[in-house]
Design a protein around this ligand. Sequence first.
Ligand SMILES: Nc1ncnc2c1ncn2[C@@H]1O[C@H](COP(=O)(O)OP(=O)(O)OP(=O)(O)O)[C@@H](O)[C@H]1O
Length: 376
Amino acid sequence: MADDPEEGMLSWDESVFRDEHVFEIDYVPETFKHRDTQTQNLTYALRPAVRGSRPLNVMVRGPPGTGKTTAVQKLFDEVGTQTSDVRTIRVNCQVNSTRYSVFSRLFEGTFDYEPPSSGISFKKLFGQIADKLVEDDRVLVVALDDVNYLFYENEASDTLYSLLRAHEEYPGAKIGVIVVSSDPTLEVIDELDSRVQSVFRPEEVYFPVYDQPEIVDILDERVRKGFRDGVISRNTVERVADRTAESGDLRVGIDLLRRAGLNAEMRGSRTVEMEDVDAAYEKSKYINLSRSLSGLSDTERALLEVIATNDGGQAGEVYETFHEETALGYTRYSEIVNKLDQLGLIDADYADIEGRGRSRSLSLSYDKEAVLDRLE
Ligand SMILES: Nc1ncnc2c1ncn2[C@@H]1O[C@H](COP(=O)(O)OP(=O)(O)OP(=O)(O)O)[C@@H](O)[C@H]1O
C-alpha cells in the first residue's frame, strides 16, 4: 500500500504525528511552565504534612484550563516521592457532588476498595476512614477538585465542615483540604455557612489565564513531542495560540493541535496549515461546552434540551414542557435552572413582561445547534 498510496491520502505508516498521546486529556506534561509562584505556594502549604503535622488549607481559584488540576497532581506526586506518611486523594466533584459520595471516594482512596454497595451510614463511612488514618499515623490531604459542583448541589458546607472538624470527633486525625474552584463568579468563602467560615481560613492561590506568548511557550513542548519535525510552522502555532487565548482555556489549544493534525492528514498533507487550524477551531472552541455537558445528569440534560428548543422562552412555559416530560416539580426545576446558569450553559435573566410583572427568560449561552448536537 505504501508503494501506491491513493491520491490525496497518506498511507497508514505516514503520519504528521510522532506521538498522538501527548494531545490527549490524561497526558501529564513533563514541564509545567509559568506556574512557579502557584507551585511554590502550594508546596509551602503542604510542608507541615511532610513533617507529620496538619497542613495549611488552600483555596485554589482560576478559570477552566489554567493548570489547577495539573498543579495539584504534580504536587501530590512530589509529596509521594518524599514520604509515604501522607495520603493524598483528589476528588473530582463533578463526579462526586455530594458529601456522601465525596467520602465514598475518600474511603476508596484509603482502603483501595469501594465501600459496600448496600450502603453504610455517613457516620460509619467517616469513622472507618478516620480510624485508619489514626491507626496508620498518616496525614490526609484531600483535594476537592471542581469544588464549585458541591456548591451547585448545596453540599459544600456540610462536606467541608466534616473534613475540617474531623480532629474534634476523631482525636489524632490530621486532615488538610485543598479546594479548587473553576467558577470565577463563585465567592467560595461567602457562600459557606458561618459555622464553616469560622474554621476555614485557607491560603489563597490564584491561577490567571495564560496570555498568548505563554501559550506559545507551553504548546511548543507538545508540538515537539507530538508532531514530526517540520510539520507545523511557528506562524501556525501562533495562530493556535491566538485562538486559545481568546477562550482562555489551554485545553482548546491542545485539542486544536490534534484536530488540525487530523485535518492535515485527511487532506493528504504532511504539513499542518492555517486552514487546518481554522477548520479545527469550529469544533475545538466547544471543548468547554462538551466538558460541562458530560457532567450533567439525565434530568439536567432534559431541561437543557427543552431550553434549547425554546431558546429565549419564559421560565414558566419552559417549566410546563419540562414537567410534562419528567414529572418533576417546580422546586427541582428551579434548582436545575440555577445550576445550568452557574455553569455558564444558559443565561437566566429577569425581564419585565407586559401585564405579567417580572419573569425570567431562559436562553442558551452557546450556539443552539452546538448544544443540541452534543446532547444527542
Ligand atoms: N503550564 C502548563 N504546561 C503544560 N501543560 C499545561 C499547563 N497548564 C495546563 N496544561 C494542560 O492544560 C490542560 C488543562 O489543565 P488543567 O486540567 O490542569 O486545568 P484546570 O485549571 O484544572 O481546569 P478545570 O478548572 O477546567 O478543571 C491539561 O491537559 C494540562 O496538561
